[in-house]
Ligand binder design. Sequence first.
Ligand code: CA
Ligand code: CA
Length: 301
Amino acid sequence: MKTISNKNVIYKFEEKMEAVDTISSGDTVVFETNDCWTQQVTSEDQVITEIDYDILNPATGPIYVEGAEPGDILKIYIESIDVKQRGSALCVPNEGVLGDQVKESRVKIIDILDGYALYNNVKIPISPMIGVIGVAPAKDDGQWTTDTPWKHGGNMDTKDIKQGNTLYLPVNQKGALLALGDCHAVMGDGELCFTGLEVPAKVTLKVDVIKNKSINWPMIEDEKYTMIIASGKDLDEAIYTGTDEAVKFLMKGLEFDWEDAYVLASLIVDIKISQVVDPTMTIRAAIPKEILTTEKLIGSI
Ligand code: CA
Ligand code: CA
């Protein structure tokens, strides 16, 4: 099994990127990931404005997946996310939902022990997730710094991108060029103050190519749902896009006309907020597998 070192990082997803390694469809691969600060935040006394902002949000990779071509889907099963025993979270003035109320920066260094994050006198059960994961974008989509989520994936900050779930990404370039980083030991929907529990990690993924099936936006599958992960300049735009995709999937998967699919969406699709603090906002539109299985959904596109 190959391991991709966290010394190989990118800060931008773009059409042409140089792969640091190659795997085959069906391979399992380990990515060592840095935290979003490249481990620069180490003390609660730290002056957060003095860190190097040029090395934020590193994504390990990219790797070339043999056989992946534009118009395919990259299917990524998340086998495990092993997080380090200590991470950080913080707030700074003018960042996050209540940034206007933050009087001073606060850095929290948080120990993780036996599956719990120890925060003051509160024990938080951890649920490790991948904040940034993506592939080379399509040429028409331009370049995306690793802090911004879009059709190629990127900084989706979606808590369902976690162990046991399967992520589907559109393949836009030969080899897909997969990179990831910014793991969180735990994060709530919204990512309200603009960080999760930021932590370096070791992520094990099984990567497959689904040939000749294309999607416009990433999807994450858990036990109960297939969720379209859509981003937009604001929540309204993200919700519009996610709903539009969900209705199209219901239409094709169940062979309904558009209006029947739209009314059905209103009865069964849940809109969940992923994050509201990145340069674009992210939601997921969740289609119950009980109504339309992921297999049937993908088979019909
Ligand atoms: Ca993030
Ligand atoms: Ca983060």
